[in-house]
Design a binder for this molecule. Structure first.
Ligand code: BG6
Ligand code: MG
Length: 216
């Protein structure tokens, strides 16, 4: 039976992907090239420095380690400034209700995110108190698609991987969940999240019973 649910943050709890894109695109523009929406898709679930490397490769730009750190820090300041405009109303539709249902059903709730800003963002949208554990970019040593992030979450919640359901919008995140031996719910499109056990467009029309039925 399902004991715990582990949630990705960006793109699952809140739509921060649009802010990541604005800030990364600005960085690319500063370096003299553009970043398309499709290229930005490749960055979902990927750590800040790995994302920077992908962007620099797209632009064919070489930087020193010091310059990389500077650019990444600048990007993060821009990103955080955009995030600070968010309010609890920016929590994605149905998320709060679904987490309330899980709590009522006695299911443990954890966060599994690559972001180093996870706590700040959860505070901003007033969702921090829902999570019994937070595994974020400050704790993990290897990012998605490696299973570490979700295995740490399961361990914190004293749940077996096979009893965990992961909610993810990124391909790398679904791969991480499956590598951890967990059930994976994709948030987005079936055509993109091919390895997910089920794919839903969002939480607006998804309830505790739907999850239990899907994995019965
Ligand atoms: C992931 C996002 O959740 O966090 C990525 O999907 C992002 O786009 C990564 O790069 C790291 O985030 P942060 O906030 O530490 O720069
Ligand atoms: Mg995500």
């Amino acid at each position: 039976s399902i004991e715990a649910c582990l949630f990705d943050l960006d793109g699952v709890i809140v739509d921060t992907a649009k802010y990541h894109y604005i800030a990364w695109r600005q960085l690319a523009n500063d370096l003299g090239f553009d970043l398309t929406h499709a290229q930005n898709e490749l960055l979902k679930g990927i750590s800040r420095m790995e994302s920077l490397e992908i962007i620099l490769a797209i632009g064919g730009v070489k930087l020193t380690d010091e310059e990389k750190l500077q650019r990444a820090t600048e990007k993060n300041s821009r990103y955080l400034a955009l995030c600070m405009q968010m309010t609890p109303a920016d929590t994605l539709p149905g998320v709060r209700a679904f987490l309330d249902e899980l709590k009522k059903g006695g299911i443990k709730i954890g966060l599994g995110s690559a972001s180093k800003n996870a706590k700040v963002i959860l505070e901003r949208i007033d969702m921090l108190s829902y999570f019994e554990t937070i595994v974020d970019g400050n704790r993990i040593t290897i990012g998605k698609p490696d299973p570490q992030v979700f295995l740490m979450g399961a361990a914190d919640l004293a749940a077996l991987p096979a009893q965990c359901v992961v909610f993810e919008d990124a391909l790398a995140g679904i791969q991480s969940a499956k590598a951890a031996g967990m059930l994976a719910v994709g948030i987005g499109e079936k055509a993109v999240l091919t390895q997910a056990d089920i794919v839903i467009p969002g939480f607006a029309d998804f309830h505790f019973q739907d999850m239990e039925a899907a994995f019965a």
